[in-house]
Every structure is written in C-alpha cells, then in structure tokens.
Ligand binder design. Sequence first.
Ligand SMILES: Cc1cc2nc3c(=O)[nH]c(=O)nc-3n(C[C@H](O)[C@H](O)[C@H](O)COP(=O)(O)OP(=O)(O)OC[C@H]3O[C@@H](n4cnc5c(N)ncnc54)[C@H](O)[C@@H]3O)c2cc1C
Length: 266
Amino acid sequence: MKTRTVDFARYSSIRIGPVAEVTVLERGERVPEGHFLVGGANNLLIGPHPPPLAMLGKDFSYCRLEGERLIIGAATPTGRILSFCKKHDLGGFEFVAKLPGTLGGMVAMNAGVKAHETFNRLLWVETDAGRIEKGALSYGYRYADLPGAVYAAAFEVKKGFDGALAEALNALRANQPKAPSAGSAFKNPPGDYAGRLIEAVGLKGYGLGGMAFSERHANFLVNLGGGTFEEAIALMRMARERVAKRFDLLLEPEIRIVNEIKAPLK
Ligand SMILES: Cc1cc2nc3c(=O)[nH]c(=O)nc-3n(C[C@H](O)[C@H](O)[C@H](O)COP(=O)(O)OP(=O)(O)OC[C@H]3O[C@@H](n4cnc5c(N)ncnc54)[C@H](O)[C@@H]3O)c2cc1C
C-alpha cells in the first residue's frame, strides 16, 4: 500500500496536528486493521500521538448517476458533489454548500444543516462487510453507527437543484467565524444550543494560548494562530466542567479527538 506524509497542521481545518505517515488506499484496497480513517479532517482534532492513519485515494472520488440514484465515492469532496448536482440539475445536496468534507466524513457524522442531513436520502453504504441498506444502520443527530470504513454510498436524488435553498442555508452561516476551526466543538443538547451554554458560563471569546471559543459563535473553537492540541483540550474540558456544574448537563463533543492517549476530556 502507498503512504503519504501529511502535515496535519496544514491539512486539517483547525490547523493542528503532527506530521504523520498516512496509508493511502487505491481501488480495491481496504483500510488496514487498527487504522483510523481520515477524510477531509474538517471535524478532527488530531493529537501528537495519533493511531496509525489511513485515507482513501483519488480512486474513491467520483459521482455517478444510475437512474434516480447517485452513487458517490467516499473520498469525494462536498464541493464536487455540489457541482455535480448543479450540472445535472439534481436536488437533495444543496445543504453541502459551505459544509467542508468528503462523502465518507458526511456519512460517518450524518452531517447536515437544520433538517437537511446526509442520511435523509441515503439508500445504502458500501463497507468492509459489503453493501448495507440504510434500514440496517442506526443513526441520529451527528451520529451514525457504521461497522467501519465506507467506500461509497448511494442516494435517492430528485430532479431540480434548488438554488434558493442553497442560498438560504448559506445565509445561516453569516455569523460563522472565519478563523480555522473544526466546526461546532460540541453537539447541541436536546432542546438547547451548546453555544448558548458556553456563553452562559462566560467562555464566549475566552482564549488559552492560540485557541479560543469564538467571539462570533461560542461553540466554534478557533485557532487564532499557533494553537495547540493541549490548549484545545483544556478549553473543551473547561467548558464541559462549567456547563456540567451550572446546568447539570454533560456536553458531548462533536469534534472527533484522535490521539492514542484516551479520554483526554475526562
Ligand atoms: C467551517 C466549518 C463548518 C462546518 N459546518 C458543519 C455543518 O454545518 N454541519 C455539519 O454537520 N458539520 C459541519 N462541519 C463539520 C464537518 O464539515 C463535517 O463533520 C464533515 O462531514 C466532515 O467530513 P470530513 O471528510 O472532513 O471528515 P473527517 O473530519 O476527516 O472525519 C470525521 C469522522 O468521519 C470518519 N470518516 C471519514 N471518512 C470516512 C469513511 N470513508 N468511512 C467511515 N468513516 C469515515 C472519520 O474516521 C471521523 O470519525 C463544519 C466544519 C467546519 C470546519
């Protein structure tokens, strides 16, 4: 199998991480045992001691129409999915405009915006265990219970790309910070917003070294320059402790922490 040297301080959206050798899969290859599969690293906080890492190579980046089904390779970036849908006048993926990632990361996170989520139109996923129909998977808000790597997925699409919907969903991002981040640090608890809770415990805009909870949106942990894994973890721990104490509620990280030293938030 091929490997590639990746500087995660450049590759990841939060601009934190080590330089690491990553196994890059080609057509027909499968993720080796014990490896963590990285997509676009838009939802990851990679520590100084990551487990062995793998990525899907360009053979897994494609969109193909089969009747009313759109088959997408798991390494396909969201930008490519969006332009394919615009070009072929297909509806269902308008929400991926400005949602950075690859199809694999979208499925694993059930990524979405408001009611528009990846699983809404999912039909099946191709995995190490073969093709699995959506009905056999358990999933929910920013969660999918997958048996491991996804190599491709099929979606039901409808005719007509809805430009107005894409615009409206983009407009919701008006107050999204521009500084590097991994999106929302914590999942919204039922009936509430993680950002509101973080602000209520006085951490909106609060920083440690190069990292801070954004002034614009408290649930975005931003890297203002030279931020480290340790600073990010310390801030997330602080937010969890304060929110737990004041609201008796444990915030669940949305960001995936990738480091051999387990449970850094406990
Ligand atoms: C500015 C910004 C805005 C964002 N806005 C949103 C938003 O509105 N809504 C939202 O839901 N998210 C949002 N995110 C988070 C991120 O865009 C999504 O979680 C996206 O789906 C991550 O995709 P990725 O390819 O980068 O996955 P990664 O971050 O690389 O990985 C995320 C998880 O997916 C797993 N994974 C990756 N590929 C595969 C595969 N092929 N098979 C199985 N598992 C896989 C990884 O192992 C990991 O557990 C935002 C992030 C940023 C930086």
